[in-house]
Design a protein around this ligand. Structure first.
Ligand code: MF3
Ligand code: CO
Ligand code: CO
Length: 294
């Protein structure tokens, strides 16, 4: 493990003494190499994952992807979002997995289904999918105590040009972020790449919702904004597990929340698309724990 994440002179010493770094191990020849796990917990409240944890999240991720594949096969004009919810719920149950959204902060269903101008957190119901719709299906399962989180946006029937464009730009945005996932890069590099990708094509990046640490819980530190500046923010280190989940709008980035308290909608009613995967930072780069081609 590299030790290049920068420790400030006035940071608490990573040795856990409680003293400032400059008054403790800084410059000391005999000091132990920094224990990154302790250091990231202390400094950022980030829980780095070990190999057993990673296997657990990977196993949860396999079930998440299988749920998403099942939904994809069932999506056609006439499918209801409630049918998608039942499929995801029952599929998880067959593995003894629990859908994390259900009752999460009062969310009433087992999956988020976000259609057309809905950005995220769409609640499944009696909506009947129509030819030309786009729908994001966001699945998070808890399996043997571990969480994995992923989503994809699908076409229903035959897409129009706007639908094609926004889904392509959202997919490219996540891809451009993936190219930045490596130790010593920063969280700001991720957002910077996404913003450049989306805005260069005249689209906009949603700011109110961010990627997040995941694995031991649904939403852990750090937050991973989908906009930002190169070199800013927390340095990526091996063992970090977090999502990247850019929400990209065809029009402006502004949104409002519907009266249900969840459904986020573009203020200008333009189309919005999203792709999400759960990533592990490795010694040499990254591994997706919910891998699918983009
Ligand atoms: N899966 C979403 C995410 O990517 C969170 C959904 S919260 C819920 O972080 F309550 F709406 F399910
Ligand atoms: Co997420
Ligand atoms: Co999600």
């Amino acid at each position: 493990m590299k030790n290049s994440a920068k420790i400030g002179r006035n940071d608490p010493c990573p040795c856990g003494s409680g003293k400032k770094y400059k008054k403790c191990c800084m410059g000391r020849q005999d000091s132990q190499p920094v224990d990154m796990k302790k250091w990231y917990k202390q400094k950022y409240d980030i829980r780095l994952k070990e190999s057993g944890d990673i296997e657990g999240i990977r196993a949860a991720g396999r079930i998440v992807l299988e749920s998403i594949d099942m939904v994809e096969a069932a999506i056609r004009p006439g499918t209801t979002t409630d049918e998608i919810n039942s499929m995801v719920h029952d599929h998880a149950a067959r593995y003894g997995a629990v859908p994390a959204p259900l009752n999460y902060r009062g969310f009433p269903k087992s999956v988020c289904t976000s259609v057309n101008e809905v950005i995220c957190h769409g609640i499944p119901g009696d909506y009947v999918l129509a030819d030309g719709d786009i729908i994001n299906v966001d699945v998070t399962h808890i399996y043997k105590g571990y969480y994995a989180d992923a989503s994809k946006t699908f076409f229903v029937g035959t897409p129009g040009p706007d639908a094609k464009k926004i889904v392509e730009v959202a997919a490219e945005s996540l891809k451009s972020a993936m190219a930045r996932l490596a130790p010593d890069n920063t969280i700001g590099d991720i957002g910077w790449a996404i913003q450049r990708c989306a805005e260069s094509r005249g689209c906009s990046v949603v700011r109110e919702f961010v990627g997040h640490g995941v694995g031991f819980a649904f939403h852990e530190p750090p937050q991973v904004p989908h906009y930002g500046k190169k070199g800013e923010g927390i340095t990526l280190v091996p063992g970090m597990v977090f999502t990247v989940e850019p929400m990209i709008n065809l029009g402006k980035s502004n949104l409002f929340i519907q009266d249900d308290g969840w459904t986020a909608v573009t203020a200008d009613r333009s189309l919005s698309a999203q792709f999400e995967q759960t990533f592990l930072i490795t010694e040499t780069g990254y591994e997706s724990l919910t891998p699918y081609p983009l």
